[in-house]
Design a protein around this ligand. Sequence first.
Ligand SMILES: Cc1cc2nc3c(=O)[nH]c(=O)nc-3n(C[C@H](O)[C@H](O)[C@H](O)COP(=O)(O)O)c2cc1C
Length: 339
Amino acid sequence: MTHPARSPLFHSNRFAQRFALTTPIALAPMALASGGALAAACAQAGALGLVGGGYADLLWTQREYALATELLQHDAVAQARLGCGFVTWKLDEDAAALDWVLTQKPCALMLSFGDPRPYAARIHAAGAQLICQVQRMDQVPQALEAGAAVIVAQGGEAGGHGANALEGRSTFTLVPEMADYLSAHAPDTLLLAAGGVGDGRGLAAALMLGADGVLVGSRLWATAESLAATGAKTQATQTSGDGTARSPVFDILRRKHWPAPYDFRAIRNDLHRQLEHDVAGLKAHPDAARADYEAGVKAADFTRAHATVGEAVGLIADIPTASAMIARITQQAQTLLTK
Ligand SMILES: Cc1cc2nc3c(=O)[nH]c(=O)nc-3n(C[C@H](O)[C@H](O)[C@H](O)COP(=O)(O)O)c2cc1C
């Protein structure tokens, strides 16, 4: 198996070194999108491949993680770049999927949205590096107490769940502030930027802001290997960055009971626009809207069903393979950084 070589530019990059990557990019563990095929393709392309364990469904996690392992069975280098991510507050209900993944010797385990400390000991005991995704400075001490090897600073531009408008931050200010904090208080802890990184300009900018690398969701969601629906991907290629919104609307429609302060960014489609002005009313009387949404999902009608992407959707114009996408981001960043 031939692998891309690490560019001289990234030779001394701490994130690439720590995980034996050729480029300082991690695939975000996107629930129901980052399946085994996408994680394996990213690992082979030289990035960190995190399977989207999401809501910790045991059978889904077992199937997709096993697929990634099988696809990489003759490629030990790429297999050593496989990991998994979970929504932390869901593990508080049932952590069987985490415990199973840890038997598979992942190189990294990423936790987001909740207190990572109850799970830290078993993750470390399994030999995995703990990655904690946070949205605010005041969540960093908890992640450090859990022994995070990597902290992901997620800005509100991100696709999927993140902190709401009251509590959230933007990537552009959160990353340098966190870089300063880590360099003063935990200099060995690595920092990734997440939220809005859709091309090589985003990677180069994140490195300039003090991050060691980037965690990419939306742009890798829009690739051939992603499990996202074809109609959703097509809609993304036709949507500008103005066309997403962060709100609890789709969580209410999907019966997902997310705790504060989190809500959800996706394409602001017709159904969202109908419902977004009366979220309290939707919460109180969700049945008719849920029926409409569920019919939309069944019919793959994305004017009603949701497409989960962030503001980087404005940078999505095609659906390449993951390896082509990672090469494109890497090369563009290299060109910019060597200019
Ligand atoms: C489709 C989709 C699903 C996501 N699911 C999860 C998840 O299950 N767990 C998680 O920690 N983050 C999840 N995220 C958020 C990512 O971890 C990451 O913060 C985000 O994608 C970065 O911003 P970007 O989308 O602009 O690249 C998801 C993002 C997307 C787009």
